[in-house]
Each structure stands twice: as structure tokens, then as C-alpha cells.
Write a protein that binds this ligand. Structure first.
Ligand SMILES: N[C@@H](CCC(=O)N[C@@H](CS)C(=O)NCC(=O)O)C(=O)O
Length: 250
């Protein structure tokens, strides 16, 4: 049995990208559901930029979802998550990069942060105006671009690839911020996203994240344990005060 530990809360789209890759590769994971910003000193040793997810198996301890997914592909080549065709592979990597940067910027750092993270982590009021501004001005160009790539059937490059895995988790965070892009305006994208969110590799972890958004951070482990999630015996979340990591750029 292939097994690994992933440090990272199912609330994080980057963590769910890694969870989905592990699920598709048949890797059984134990989760330390560390919420971003709450890592202790031992976590800083594993992740010097203090970001989740961190992946650990018998051979490696790795930071960064893209590095982790590439490692999983190298270590466990089937099923392939990167298209074999060189051009498609490069395009898939570009879409991964677009997800990790621009989609993250709008969906996570602007919308989800103002709606959920600011009140839940930083004790700041929910900034409805900031959410509305991002939804009106910044979301549409991202959705227009995705609509160019979204397939009418199946997945972007035939089989599920790193492109699908990287993009789709952000839509759950958008739902948790109570934002649903218009399916009439972006029909292909919203149907493709729905198909993937219904797949076990995504749905299972989205189900773990959903209740946590409405749960006190101190109770996350208990709630996940009650859901039957396989948790690590130890946690890197021994602090109760949140701290931003050292990176100022996204
Ligand atoms: N490039 C990283 C980004 C990971 C990331 O930004 N994670 C967020 C949570 S979704 C985090 O840990 N933020 C903590 C911080 O910025 O201090 C990856 O792909 O894993």
C-alpha cells in the first residue's frame, strides 16, 4: 500500500490539489489538518516559507503543491497526470501555473480571504465590498479565459490532468464564500467544474473542508475525526495565534 502524510487543511485549495493527486495515484494519506498561518516551530523547519501543503513519505519531505504533484508523477507514473504530448504537457503546466497564481489571487486571496479568512483567522469584519468588487471586476476575465479551455465533455486534456486538478479546487472555496459564477455566461466551465467536483478524488476532500469553514479552528481535528478522516497522531498546529509567513508575494 502506497502511503504518505499531508500537512494541510482540507480548506486549502492547494492542499486539496495534492489530496486529489494522491487519490488518483492510489496513495493512502494521513492528514495533519493544519490551517494556514497556525504552524508551530517544527512546521517552520519543514516549510521555511510557512505554507501548506507539506507532503511526507518514507523517502521525501516536500513543500509546494506543484513540486509535490511532479514528485508523485515521477514516483508513481500511472495513471498519468501530465499529458504525454509535449505541447499538451506544457499547456497543462501553464494552466497549473495560472491556477496557482491568478486564480489563487482572485478566488482565494481576494474573495475567500475577505469572506472567510479575515473574519475566521484575523478577527476582521467580512469585507462585502471587497468581495463584490473582485466578483464584478476580477472574476469575469478569469472565467472568460477558462471558458476558452473548458471541454464540452470530459476533461481538458482527455484524462484528468494536473490542469484540472489545479483549477477545480478553487471553485469550492468560491462556493464557501457564497459566490457562484453564472452558468449561463460560462456554461462549459461550470459544467466541467461540476463534473470534476462530483468525482471522488475531489468530492471526498471538499466534504471534509465544507464543515470546517463553519467550525472554530480549535475544533477542526475533532470534527474531521468524527467524520472518520485518517488523521496523524501528532499535529504541527500547537499554537493558537495566527502568523503570516515570510513571503510577501503570492
Ligand atoms: N505555491 C504554494 C502556495 C501554497 C499557499 O499559498 N498556501 C497557503 C494556504 S492556501 C498558505 O499556507 N499561506 C500561509 C501564508 O501565506 O503565510 C503551493 O503551491 O503549495
Amino acid at each position: 500500500m502506497k502511503s504518505a502524510t499531508v500537512i494541510g487543511s482540507p480548506i486549502s485549495p492547494y492542499a486539496r490539489k495534492v489530496f486529489a493527486a494522491c487519490a488518483l495515484k492510489g496513495i493512502e494519506i494521513e492528514i495533519d489538518p493544519l490551517v494556514a498561518f497556525y504552524g508551530d516551530e517544527h512546521f517552520t523547519k519543514l516549510s521555511p516559507v510557512r505554507r501548506i501543503p507539506v507532503y511526507r513519505d518514507a523517502h521525501a519531505t516536500l513543500c509546494d503543491s506543484s513540486v509535490i504533484c511532479q514528485y508523485l508523477e515521477d514516483a508513481y507514473p500511472t495513471p498519468h497526470l501530465y499529458p504525454k504530448d509535449i505541447v499538451k504537457r506544457a499547456e497543462a503546466r501553464w494552466l497549473e501555473e495560472f491556477a496557482d497564481t491568478r486564480i489563487a489571487d482572485v478566488f482565494a486571496w481576494k474573495i475567500f480571504q475577505a469572506a472567510v479568512i479575515d473574519p475566521g483567522v484575523w478577527n476582521r469584519p467580512r469585507d462585502k465590498a471587497a468581495v463584490e468588487r473582485a466578483v464584478m471586476e476580477e472574476l469575469p476575465p478569469v472565467m472568460d479565459y477558462l471558458e476558452e479551455w473548458a471541454p464540452a465533455h470530459g476533461y481538458i486534456f482527455g484524462d484528468i490532468s494536473i490542469a484540472d486538478i489545479s483549477i477545480v479546487p478553487y471553485f469550492a472555496n468560491l462556493s464557501w464564500a457564497r459566490v457562484e459564477p453564472d452558468a449561463n455566461r460560462w456554461p462549459k466551465t461550470m459544467a466541467w467544474v461540476r463534473r470534476l467536483r462530483d468525482e471522488d478524488a475531489f468530492a471526498r476532500f471538499e466534504k471534509m473542508g465544507a464543515p470546517l469553514v463553519r467550525t472554530q479552528i480549535a475544533d477542526h481535528r475533532r470534527v474531521l475525526g468524527e467524520m472518520g478522516v485518517k488523521l496523524t497522531a501528532d499535529t504541527h498546529m500547537t499554537r493558537t495565534d495566527p502568523r503570516r509567513g515570510p513571503l510577501t508575494v503570492k
